[in-house]
Ligand binder design. Structure first.
Ligand code: MN
Ligand code: MN
Length: 471
């Protein structure tokens, strides 16, 4: 056999072997500029919507600016019409009616707009040792030790018996006080230091420090608690019992910002999953032409606690919305679903060189390598995954390659290192062909997560490709 010359080897290698490249070796100057513009909008979106309610309101504001109108049942719809439905202020479903009938299916991007946080308990307010606190119950998968000694803001609503609603917002804006959860000093932390990380900060110690200044005479008791309640009453007109029908959420009091000397990344609270929610929304709002198939964007609540509940992805609210659209065309929902495609857009774990042990180098998502596809998620042998079929992955590969989307495919960490789930299975269970894809994140679920701008932008391009797909 003749020895192979260098050129022939190079050509064979390029033809046969996968040649993934860092996205920065593929994007041109104009695209890099568009990427920066896109990320500026994304950072503003993050700051405007730190809870599912605030995020839903911001989604609606952006959608209405782009010509979307509230949908009401039996509204006649024609190609190019843009409608949305807000589900109880916490989830939003949008559709741009396509040229083809719904009987030929819809193109869906599904993401979630809830993020891990600390919710207040129903009886939250108490005083201990002349300090006032709110008791919390964490929401979603958090590492509790990350939530102490950081500035926190409080957002949410108190629903009153008369049907009105009071919006609470504390510690978000400049000049406002912040809340905090204290931690032990190292001098007295010897015993705590010996505990496993997951046990070092028990859930019942995640109490928000609210105040220390008493009112009334020194012979009185509960003076600090009363002082805090009076401040809440002065500002919001609420009394302690109103806290029982409130949804108040403590979130990090930080704004989204660039990370790195090169500003190539974004640090923020709640990238999971507003980074994909914004990509899906922006892609829908930016469609220049009426899509072939109806483009649908669902931004759901409750993903971080299992997608259950009336505002979660398992809720019939989604089926009702699509069924209403189908009814307008005399199509059965099941016929629409079986021809539909859904990109379940949720974040994935980015490879972290600080913690190589939990990743499998050949199947990880890397920062700046674009939107990360996941054929399956799950844990312990793919349990809880919808596991897209090969044909579906091939379909998305083609879509993305034709649209010049930079993508990678990966798993979430090593086999048996852990795992996770998304809304993918709840879409697939509806008989909708579904694939997971999303932005790789560093320190996922931490109060401050990091993503790469390039991956954010490529995810937006990916969503657009899905909406623009002709068949
Ligand atoms: Mn997520
Ligand atoms: Mn998550």
């Amino acid at each position: 056999m003749e020895p192979m010359d260098k050129d022939a080897f190079k050509q064979l290698k390029e033809t046969l072997l996968s040649g993934r490249k860092n996205g920065y070796d593929r994007l041109n100057g104009a695209e890099l500029e568009a990427m920066e513009d896109y990320c500026t909008g994304y950072k503003a979106f993050l700051d405007a919507g730190k809870t599912e309610r605030l995020c839903a309101a911001e989604v609606i504001r952006l959608a209405e600016t782009a010509g979307y109108r509230p949908y009401s049942r039996r509204l006649a719809l024609s190609a190019g019409d843009k409608v949305y439905v807000c589900n109880r202020g916490k989830a939003v479903m949008l559709a741009c009616i396509g040229k083809k009938p719904l009987a030929e299916g819809v193109q869906i991007a599904a993401a979630h707009i809830d993020s891990p946080r600390l919710d207040l308990k129903p009886n939250p307010l108490y005083e201990d040792s002349e300090l006032a606190y709110f008791k919390t119950h964490y929401y979603g998968g958090i590492r509790k030790y990350q939530w102490v000694t950081i500035p926190l803001a409080l957002h949410g609503v108190a629903a009153l018996k008369d049907g009105t609603r009071v919006t609470v917002r504390i510690g978000e804006d400049g000049g406002e006080p912040r809340l905090v959860i204290t931690d032990l000093l190292p001098h007295l932390g010897a015993a705590q230091n010996k505990k496993p990380l997951a046990e070092a900060v028990p859930g019942e110690t995640l109490n928000l420090l609210l105040g220390s200044r008493p009112i009334g005479g020194e012979e009185e008791s509960g003076r600090v608690k009363l002082a805090v309640m009076k401040l809440l009453h002065d500002k919001y007109g609420i009394v302690e019992d109103d806290l029982t029908s409130a949804e108040l959420e403590a979130v990090p009091a930080v704004k989204a910002c660039d990370i790195g000397l090169d500003r190539s990344m974004i640090g923020a609270y709640g990238h999971d999953d507003r980074v994909c929610a914004y990509a899906a929304l922006r892609a829908l709002l930016d469609l220049e032409e009426t899509p072939e198939k109806t483009a649908v964007c669902i931004l759901a609540d409750k993903e971080e606690i299992g997608s259950d509940g009336v505002t979660g992805m398992q809720s019939a609210a989604f089926d009702t919305f699509i069924e209403d659209l189908c009814a307008a065309q005399g199509t059965a929902l099941r016929i629409c679903y079986e021809k539909s495609f859904c990109l379940s857009a949720d974040v994935t774990a980015a490879y972290d060189p600080n913690y190589p042990d939990v990743f499998e180098k050949r199947n990880e998502s890397q920062l700046n390598y674009g939107i990360g596809l996941c054929k399956y998620t799950g844990a312990r042998g793919k349990s809880g995954a919808s596991d897209a079929d090969a044909e579906t992955v091939a379909y998305v590969r083609r879509l993305f390659d034709e649209a010049g989307v930079i993508w990678q495919i990966s798993e979430l960490g090593k086999v048996d290192a852990g795992g996770g789930g998304t809304v993918a299975m709840y879409m697939a269970n509806r008989n909708i062909t579904t694939l997971d894809a999303g932005v790789p994140v560093l320190s996922m679920h931490a109060p401050f997560e990091t993503v790469s701008k390039l991956d954010c932008y490529e995810t937006y391009k990916g969503m657009k490709a899905v909406f623009q797909a002709g068949n």
